[in-house]
Design a protein around this ligand. Sequence first.
Ligand SMILES: Cc1cc2c(cc1C)N(C[C@H](O)[C@H](O)[C@H](O)COP(=O)(O)OP(=O)(O)OC[C@H]1O[C@@H](n3cnc4c(N)ncnc43)[C@H](O)[C@@H]1O)c1[nH]c(=O)[nH]c(=O)c1N2
Ligand SMILES: CC(C)CC(=O)C(=O)O
Ligand SMILES: [Mn+2]
Length: 491
Amino acid sequence: MFCRKLPKYLVTLARSYHRTGSKQSLQASIAKVPDNLVKALAGIVGDKNVSTAMAVREQHGRDESYHDCAPPEVVAFAESVEHVSEVLKLCNDAEVPLIPFGSGTGLEGGVNAIRGGVCLDVSKMTNIISVHPEDFDCTVECGVTRNTLNNYLRDTGLWFPIDPGADASLCGMCATSASGTNAVRYGTMRENVMNLEVVLADGRVINTAGKDRRTKKTSAGYNLTNLFVGSEGTLGIITKATLRLHGIPEDTISAVCNFQDVQSAVDTTVQVLQCGIQIARIEFLDEVSVDACNKYSKLDMKVAPSLFLEFTGSPNSLKDQTQLVGDLVKMNNGSDFRWASDIEERNHLWKARHDILYACMALRPGCKPYSTDVCVPISNLPEVIVRSKEEIQKAGVVGPIVGHVGDGNFHVFFPVDQSNPEEVKVVSEVARKMAVLALEFNGTCTGEHGIGMGKRKLLEQEIGEDGLDVMRQIKATFDPKGILNPGKVFF
Ligand SMILES: Cc1cc2c(cc1C)N(C[C@H](O)[C@H](O)[C@H](O)COP(=O)(O)OP(=O)(O)OC[C@H]1O[C@@H](n3cnc4c(N)ncnc43)[C@H](O)[C@@H]1O)c1[nH]c(=O)[nH]c(=O)c1N2
Ligand SMILES: CC(C)CC(=O)C(=O)O
Ligand SMILES: [Mn+2]
């Protein structure tokens, strides 16, 4: 039944799974990390950097998603690439699962140790190695977070704009191919990573674009950099990233406006982009999200489908952009255009947008967030959002919608009561239908959060059997013993 040579813990796992086909059997067959391996880990990273305490394990066994906590058996903290390399060699030789941990803000259960093993926390690797303002790039260690980098860059007039809301580690952001509200202007992690230092499963250290290379373009061989972007800890551990920087815009204005229906808000977005306006941010919130935002972030927006917008540039270009967008809003019967030009007001608005997860959770205290993440070609977006909303209403569940609509990407956050299996089932089914709808409209089941545990079945539907086989072959090349974050991306 098991055609490839599998590591011991996977053979046990697969046998018990095929015997009973149940979730319990998967959990029962989690391999134990032997005591001597824990000692060997301490020998590499030092006693203070190894913990088997339940509180530490639980803290590392979950992210911000609804997935049940699955604690690793031991947590090791790396302080250098040498630590990472030695720990990987150890786990690879012992055929023990190893799960990289950045800052635990993921939304797809990427860090959950569903097959036990060692969690390697890289948050102590926080050196900003170099900044080249004249070349618009920098190189950071894996534990540096985006806020830390942007605070450090403040005096250079540059910034790293990719903004997933949470203060995630930059290499965790590489690992999930993160984006967020600024992607419409600056792209995602994929467009902003120039080189990565990666430790492979057997402990070898590679630089995906060659050591110390930091060019804007390259045609040198396969694009290894982008193979690791979005690999979710399943191909190697990213220990350094060379990133593109951008100039801080001269001037910024934000605005909010609302519409009679979802369709008009999304139509406006599509027209803004079709007119070639270089908008900095354009975010959609449906009336349920606006209501949640008002209550949680003390705003007083009209409870209606709305757009949050941001314009950047010189004073003249701001005038042109805002005038044109104002006209488009009017054409779509939008109203209540409210401008925020001073920094405090703008920050309050965008903080409210970024806190939307917590605002929506506050609608049903005690629930966990189940979030969808479909992305479709922009021209298909209005229909997909409208039909998704119909599915939510038909199912009778709470499902606020927010979207990075300029990218064709939107989320429904279902605050779900995990103790109610019927409710979890209903929500999962609506989420699945939405993803299938997006696939029918030439889209993807995940624009920015990744596959993790929750979207593994959908990946097959999206990529197809042969495509998935090629992905498995790549995985087997980089990680022949299957130790790296097993059970993520694929079953
Ligand atoms: C309130 C809020 C709002 C948002 C988001 C989260 C939250 C809490 N996110 C999701 C999240 O911030 C995003 O997935 C980050 O990129 C995860 O970075 P962490 O460092 O937290 O990785 P985390 O530790 O959660 O790990 C995520 C995955 O990457 C792997 N990994 C981590 N570090 C690694 C490394 N150095 N090498 C290899 N693998 C590694 C892990 O094994 C795991 O599979 C998001 N995202 C987004 O794209 N757009 C958005 O709008 C938002 N919004
Ligand atoms: C859906 C989320 C929980 C977070 C996110 O991606 C966002 O707020 O845009
Ligand atoms: Mn998002």
